[in-house]
Design a protein around this ligand. Structure first.
Ligand SMILES: *Cc1c(COP(=O)(O)O)cnc(C)c1O
Length: 420
């Protein structure tokens, strides 16, 4: 079969792609090694908790005594090296989990500090950066943030001075870059800054927004001292099989509060029907290291191929990664749009649909998104999105199989280079 002919891929791009793949073999082995360690950790947790067929079952109504849900939360606790976990399909997305944690820990008069720059866009109304009657700000919670130094490192001087001269209750570290040009934050950087924070004030609650980070490194934020850590089940940790949900793991006292905030005071973790999703959560978790490996290999491939075509990328193919997000900077709006449309064209679902930039609620610039995914909006499946503004950067992530994601990258690059 001639794949190039099937998808109108030029000889030039096809050869370049082959070259990239050859050059990346050592890098691929490195990623597979990390995956092996994470896989072992997960297998051990399944065995230690004696997972059996009954845990793959379901509950309806109140969901009292759902053994599957309970074992899932034990397994998450073990994998994250955390005291407790809240893994629930009642979280509508990652933002909901983060918001729940913030509202659980912060009361009138408290202060919240982000030390990785501005929070992810969807949290603006939760925090009160944008007006909302129910925001933390309107509940009397102050907010501030400190940018990374050179968009890469924690600004230790500013952080230390700030927490010495203000009564900060909670600090959030956002591991992944979001829609910004800053670098993502590695586990070793997280470890270092947490130990410094705790040295100054052990009572500050440190939470890590772990979205896109799970299983990219050998350790997770809770392994290195974060009190809370959260993420989405339709990203890395769901392995592409979860239909919805999010998790929070960490210290028991805070998870208790989060559970009571998610449901209601007095009910906490006891309720929450699982509606047949326990199987997906367990199965997805089990394959997640492998799926993350596929996504990472595809992103490194995208990075090197784009670099060979003289586009600016971040991270580049040799950089050590801590999340699955890849950015490619295009020369103009037209290239960016054609690339994103190419990703959609190469998707298994809705390949015939052409995405265009639109005014998405909550964003200042127009946004274009490609997500031809089995689970709506699941960004562990190959997806790409971009605000239409200078510099023209595509944010790409995911890939449940390496082969499909690699092919999609080639098709998107070709689509972008084609003259109309
Ligand atoms: C995806 C993501 C979130 C949460 O987004 P949802 O779409 O609500 O799941 C939060 N922070 C970061 C850094 C993310 O990548």
């Amino acid at each position: 079969m001639n794949i190039n002919k099937l998808f109108n891929i030029s000889d030039k791009i096809s050869k370049l792609a082959e070259e990239c793949e050859k050059e990346l073999q050592d890098k691929y082995r490195e990623i597979e090694h990390t995956s092996y360690i994470n896989q072992a950790k997960i297998l051990k947790a399944f065995q230690n908790n004696k997972v059996s067929t009954m845990h793959l079952g379901s509950s309806t109504g109140y969901g009292y005594g759902d053994v599957g849900r309970e074992v899932i939360e034990k397994i998450y606790s073990e994998i994250f090296n955390a005291e407790d976990a809240l893994v629930r399909i009642q979280f509508v997305n990652g933002t909901h989990a983060i918001s729940t944690a913030l509202f659980s820990c912060l009361k009138y008069g408290d202060e919240l500090l982000y030390i990785t720059g501005k929070p992810y866009d969807t949290l603006n109304e939760t925090i009160g950066i944008e007006e909302n009657n129910l925001s933390l700000l309107n509940m009397g919670v102050k907010f501030n943030y400190i940018d990374l130094k050179d968009s890469t490192y924690f600004d230790y001087e500013k952080i230390i001075e700030y927490i010495k001269s203000n009564k900060v209750k909670m600090i959030v570290i956002q591991r992944s870059r979001g829609y910004s040009t800053r670098k993502s934050i590695s586990i070793s950087q997280i470890e270092k800054v947490i130990s410094k924070i705790k040295e100054i004030d052990n009572n500050i609650i440190v939470m890590v927004d772990n979205c896109y980070g799970e299983f990219v490194e050998e350790l997770e934020p809770t392994d290195v001292g974060s009190d809370l850590c959260c993420g989405s089940l339709i990203k890395n940790i769901g392995g592409g099989l979860c239909h919805t949900g999010a998790y929070i793991v960490g210290k028991k006292q805070y998870i208790d509060l989060c559970a009571q905030r998610l449901t209601c005071p007095g009910i906490g973790k006891e309720c929450g029907a699982t509606l047949g999703q326990n199987r997906n959560i367990l199965n997805g978790l089990f394959i997640a290291p492998s799926v993350v490996t596929n996504a990472l290999k595809a992103m490194i491939f995208a990075s090197l191929l784009s670099e060979k075509l003289n586009f600016k990328v971040s991270p580049n193919y040799i950089d050590k990664r801590t999340d699955i997000v890849q950015t490619i900077e295009f020369n103009n709006e037209k290239e960016l749009i054609k690339f994103i449309q190419g990703i959609q064209k190469a998707s298994p679902i809705d390949s015939h649909v052409i995405p265009y930039p639109w005014d998405m609620p909550g964003y200042t610039d127009k946004v274009i998104m490609a997500a031809g995914t089995f689970v709506e909006g699941a960004s562990i499946e190959l997806s790409a999105d971009s605000p239409i503004r200078k510099p023209y950067i595509a944010y790409i992530q995911g890939g449940i199989t390496y082969e499909s994601a690699k092919l999609a990258i080639i098709i998107a690059i070709q689509n972008m280079l084609n003259e109309e």
